[in-house]
Ligand binder design. Structure first.
Ligand code: ADP
Ligand code: MG
Length: 256
């Protein structure tokens, strides 16, 4: 199983949208027979969960797994033929004091995932935009870190903070995590600022920066309302074309 964290301390940069759509393409094109993709919602706002499932108050979530109130298998929801979801819940907002009492609390998710590594070929983790114990668990459990970046000034400026954050995680938890790759999202090719920020990312991150940018596209905003990926909702939209192209570029680059 290859585990990929979609991480950025900036909110609204397309983490959740990318997990849904790249996860869908992995399940369609990259998994062998009998294997599946696992999507993990690591954000208490539960956007990934609500984009794929109906609300269920009984549901066990990442919270219950981390505080040992449920086993991983009891929390999983099948959302497509070969995609399972480990949902989030607002309870994650209260988890910090509980986790802090547990020894080795930074690797709880990593240890839980090791029990299902033969059932899933890929695991994508949708991180929250805040730096907390759940985020540390996501980073510690990951083999790769993908950074979606919106092509606007503050967002590009904020990427260097991520390197500092990772340096801190590495030191504190004796890890060796590095940014694997970056890609531009919610991009407007006709806008000069977007163009300048895109070029800056390309110059700064070189081959780690994917050339395919995800354009600003309304169908990508609409699809989760219908609990669909862009490939189910509007397969011919610019959003679908861009995610397909990004998927192929990442695959060719060796990111999957
Ligand atoms: N390429 C895009 N074009 C237009 N809107 C987008 C695009 N990608 C994401 N969005 C919208 O922007 C908002 C933030 O995206 P989201 O994936 O939730 O980001 P994050 O998970 O980083 O907070 C959402 O309303 C989403 O529908
Ligand atoms: Mg999100």
């Amino acid at each position: 199983m290859k585990t990929i964290a979609f991480f950025n301390l900036k909110g609204g940069c397309g983490k959740t949208t990318s997990v849904i759509n790249l996860g869908y393409l992995l399940a369609e094109h990259k998994v062998s027979d009998g294997q599946k993709v696992l999507l993990i919602d690591g954000d208490m706002q539960a956007n990934l969960t609500n984009s794929l499932t109906d609300y269920d108050i009984q549901r066990r979530s990442l919270y219950h797994l981390l505080v040992s109130e449920a086993k991983l298998s009891e929390c999983l929801i099948p959302v497509r033929k070969n995609i399972d979801l480990l949902p989030s819940s607002l309870l994650l907002a209260t988890i910090e004091p509980r986790l802090n009492k547990i020894e080795d609390h930074g690797t709880l998710l990593k240890r839980a995932l090791s029990t299902v590594k033969d059932q899933y070929e890929y695991c994508l983790i949708d991180c929250s935009p805040s730096f907390n114990t759940v985020t540390i668990n996501a980073l510690a459990a990951s083999d790769a870190i993908f950074i979606p970046v919106q092509t606007e000034f503050y967002a590009v400026d904020g990427v260097h903070l991520l390197n500092e954050t990772l340096a801190w995680v590495n030191k504190e938890y004796r890890l060796k995590k590095e940014i694997t790759l970056l890609f531009a999202t919610i991009h407007d090719r006709r806008n000069n600022i977007d163009k300048i920020q895109y070029e800056q990312l390309k110059e700064k991150y070189g081959s780690q920066f994917m050339h395919t940018a995800i354009s600003k596209n309304i169908a990508l905003v609409e699809a989760p309302i219908f609990k669909e990926s862009i490939f189910e909702y509007r397969p011919r939209s610019k959003g679908a074309q861009d995610y397909q192209k990004l998927f192929e570029e990442i695959d060719h680059w060796g990111g999957f």
